[in-house]
Ligand binder design. Structure first.
Ligand code: SIN
Length: 298
């Protein structure tokens, strides 16, 4: 059973990665060997440290959860000094999610990763929890093309662009990212949602709204991966509500080359181990010899 693949020229032992923001390397490494994954994708990193949003910033809802973390991170300098050496102990590829409030901040953080031994960069223009940057860039095709081409000029690694589902036509945004020079796309980030505490008559999240993720979003994500894979000629990391190995196969059939596990790993930190095993079982059961043979078959 062949699980390995080439993603933007980077050899991956299998198509599984983590979804940015749901993966804490040190915490998850207590539960399983990170080397089982094709790649790990880490929480957004900015050019300077960010505190994130006030709490409460996590809430459970039917079929998933809301978050309004606001891209809390230690900044690129501290991340490279303190977090990268920990990840380098593992035999897995490293994808760093990059965030910024402005065009300058995006290009600055991209420059800070030049010559740094990570494998791919993922441009986060889809976070719904910041009032500047994030989704404010990712919903306007002109801005998408502009920020992607500006960042692309600064990077020395393949550039993945992470797309938001909070748009009318995701294929228009995907084409803009392709025109800007993206090497790959990842989708979906979270759907904008809200929960109200009817007894306190207040929103549950301090910021009122947040990003909705978990199994309930999977049909939206599969539909968008399918549409985007038909619209552009770029490899895709599919994500959104993956809970099982069968879900991974579904994203691959929709057109994804790789698939990220997100909310599932917050419910069960060992989910990636089970999901990989279930994917292998699915392939054995259905006669799939190479995982990529089912890519985009729909
Ligand atoms: C956050 O930190 O607010 C979530 C990250 C994201 O949605 O990109």
């Amino acid at each position: 059973m062949k699980m390995n693949l080439d993603f933007c020229g980077i050899p991956m032992k299998n198509p599984l990665t983590t979804a940015s923001g749901t993966f804490n390397p040190r915490a998850h490494a207590d539960f399983y060997d990170l080397s089982i994954l094709g790649a790990v994708t880490v929480k957004g990193v900015a050019s300077t440290p960010w505190d994130g949003n006030p709490t409460p910033r996590i809430a459970e809802v039917y079929g998933g959860m809301l978050n309004s973390v606001g891209l809390q991170n230690p900044g690129a300098k501290a991340w490279i000094r303190e977090e990268l050496p920990f990840l380098q102990q593992y035999d897995t590829k490293i994808i760093v999610n990059l965030c910024g409030h402005t065009m300058d901040e995006y290009t600055e953080v991209a420059q800070m990763f030049r010559g740094v031994p990570v494998d791919l960069l993922e441009l986060n223009i889809s976070c719904p929890n910041v009032s500047a940057g994030g989704v404010t860039f990712g919903t306007d095709p002109k801005m998408v093309e502009k920020v992607v081409s500006a960042v692309k000029k600064e990077v020395d690694k393949p550039l993945i662009v992470k797309l938001t589902p909070n748009v009318t036509d995701i294929t228009e945004i995907a084409r803009a990212a392709e025109a800007g020079g993206a090497d790959a796309l990842s989708l979906i980030n979270t759907l904008l949602g809200m929960k109200i505490d009817i007894y306190r008559r207040k929103p549950v999240l301090a910021r009122s709204v947040g990003g909705f993720s978990g199994p309930a979003v999977k049909p939206v994500a599969v539909r968008m991966v399918y549409q985007v894979s038909k619209a552009v000629d770029l490899p895709i990391i599919g994500m959104g509500g993956v809970m099982t190995g069968e879900d991974v196969a579904e994203f691959i059939m929709a057109g994804a080359s790789m698939v990220a596990i997100g909310t599932a790993a917050l419910v069960d930190p060992q989910a990636p181990v089970r999901i990989l095993q279930e994917l292998e079982e699915f392939c054995d059961k259905t006669g799939v010899k190479d995982i990529q043979e089912i890519r985009g078959i729909i």
